[in-house]
Design a protein. Structure first.
Length: 265
């Protein structure tokens, strides 16, 4: 009787183990690759639960969420200068590619394909530019490398972004580039000052020519009609009668009262 009870317990334990191994769980952000006795099922498993053959089928998890790969690299410019940088790649495995990635690269996609292809893209792009342009045109270098990397990988891996950080040259070259940039800034400032001086001189000439033309017009008008001054005086008169008038004598001023001129003392 005791032996029978023990046997029942053993059977229940085995049944529980078999039942537990009959289900699988694929967590969010992952995809499953089903392998039965060494044969890989071509259909990937999305996140969720399902049934499998216990002790025969196993599920290998493959990430399908966005991941980050960051590593240092060294490349050469078109003028044969050494350029070092840190590359960050944000990438993602498409669900329909996880089985192929597992079969072809054993799941080690970063070292097998992603990192080498990224280095190839960076080196091809930097080899077309001088070291100075690589430093100055970092965004253009990044975009060109990103486009080239996507082209190299095709649809097997989705590349969300590529970032170039800590771009560095030799200390001597960095110093030479800095001195060149300072010289260019000084030259640009000198050209600006020259242009400003030229514009001010041209403005002064134009103003002087305008004033000269205005004076000539007035002189011509006076020569043709001398009474134009009287007309201007009438135009500017404020309507108040004058209280004094200057006569022929240099110091003779006559006050005006009741419309009659009287000599002043």
């Amino acid at each position: 009787m005791k032996a029978a009870g023990t046997l029942v317990i053993i059977v229940l334990i085995i049944a529980a183990i078999v039942l537990m191994n009959s289900f699988y769980v694929v967590n969010p952000g992952l995809a499953g690759v089903k392998i039965t006795m060494g044969k890989v099922d071509p259909t990937p498993l999305a996140s969720g639960t399902g049934l499998r053959t216990p002790f025969v089928t196993r599920i290998v998890d493959m990430p399908v969420k966005v991941q980050t790969l960051k590593f240092p690299t060294q490349c050469f410019s078109s003028d044969l200068q050494t350029v070092t940088a840190t590359i960050t790649v944000n990438y993602q495995f498409p669900l329909n590619q996880v089985v192929k990635l597992y079969v072809d690269y054993g799941g080690n996609v970063e070292n097998s394909i992603l990192k080498p292809r990224t280095q190839e893209a960076i080196k091809e792009v930097t080899a077309q530019r001088t070291a100075e342009k690589i430093v100055k045109e970092r965004e253009q270098v990044k975009r060109a490398a990103l486009d080239l990397l996507r082209e190299k990988l095709g649809d097997i891996v989705t590349i969300d972004d590529l970032v170039l950080e800590d771009i560095a040259l030799s200390s001597e070259l960095e110093k030479a580039i800095e001195q060149k940039m300072v010289s260019e800034q000084k030259a640009a400032q000198a050209r600006f000052t020259q242009d400003q001086t030229r514009i001010e001189a041209e403005t002064a000439i134009i103003k002087a020519e305008g004033e000269a033309k205005s004076i000539k017009v007035i002189a011509d008008a006076l020569s043709q009609n001398p009474k134009i001054l009287e007309l201007r005086a009438v135009d500017k008169w404020n309507g108040v009668a004058p209280t004094t008038v200057v006569t022929g004598g240099a110091n003779t001023v006559l006050p005006i009262a009741s419309g009659v001129l009287k000599p002043s003392n």
